[in-house]
Design a protein around this ligand. Sequence first.
Ligand code: ZN
Length: 67
Amino acid sequence: MTSKLGKGGGCPICGKPVSTEARPFCSPRCKTIDLGRWIDGDYRLPSEDEPDEAEIIDLANHLRSQE
Ligand SMILES: [Zn+2]
């Protein structure tokens, strides 16, 4: 994973050079995409309290197959 920190990092959405008009994005379009992500809940923190259901089923099948 490459991460450019500091100046010249580019648009957080597409990585293109940032426009002064739409900072910190390259264009109003990317600004809207970012806003949409917030609304959709993409930035929600992953919950570690709830186990993955598929993982439990997989584990159960694995244990059953060993009997
Ligand atoms: Zn962009």
